[in-house]
Design a protein. Structure first.
Length: 199
């Protein structure tokens, strides 16, 4: 998970360190399909490594098609969480561990995973999860010290998320909005062309 390391877009580090509940915003010359213009929510970070989900890469898949009992429910889109365990479904939510047992706190009102069978029953009992739950196939992972090295190489900038927007985040516009919240120093990243060779 490394950018091409172009020097043109280096900006002053903002002194924010990666930690659980923070976001990673990719630098603009990332060409990897998973991380190009992506924003990743860190759900875990410690000396052994890091785990997160790409927030803004929606797929054409829906949770409903994988579970017959949910077929007639409101469409629940799936996002591309990252390149690891792409055959497994994960979710983040604001329902908390009182509604979803075994849910792990991420920060603020956000929780990670929990008892999926309880979530399914919650949905089948006609509770709306719109704006409360987000589903992912796969996750993004780093070994111990790897993420810190990538940040030092200006592949990522660490930010504090707007929790209200995380569950609805989608597309490149969310990447741009996240950078804009970081301040004027990142304006060059926002305006940098997707394909610099075509500029």
């Amino acid at each position: 998970m490394k950018s091409n390391g172009n020097v043109f877009n280096k900006v002053t580090h903002n002194n924010l360190l990666p930690s659980q509940g923070r976001i990673l915003i990719s630098e603009p010359s990332f060409q990897d399909a998973y991380f190009r213009r992506s924003v990743v929510l860190l759900v875990d970070h410690n000396s052994n490594g890091s785990m997160g989900f790409v927030l803004n890469k929606k797929t054409n898949l829906f949770v409903n098609i994988f579970f017959p009992e949910l077929e007639k429910c409101h469409p629940m889109p799936i996002y591309l969480g990252g390149p690891v365990s792409t055959n497994r479904l994960f979710f983040i939510h604001t329902l908390g561990d009182t509604i979803i047992p075994d849910a792990l706190p991420v920060g603020g009102k956000l929780f990670f995973d929990g008892d999926f069978n309880v979530l399914k029953q919650y949905i089948l009992n006609d509770h709306s999860i719109e704006g409360k739950v987000k589903f992912f196939l796969g996750y993004s992972g780093w070994t111990g010290g790897q993420l810190e090295r990538e940040i030092d190489e200006y592949s990522w900038v660490v930010g504090s998320p707007n929790c209200e927007s995380i569950l609805s985040a989608d597309g490149e516009s969310y990447w741009k909005t996240s950078l804009a919240r970081m301040g004027k120093h990142y304006r060059t990243w926002i305006n940098f062309p997707k394909d610099p060779l075509m500029n």
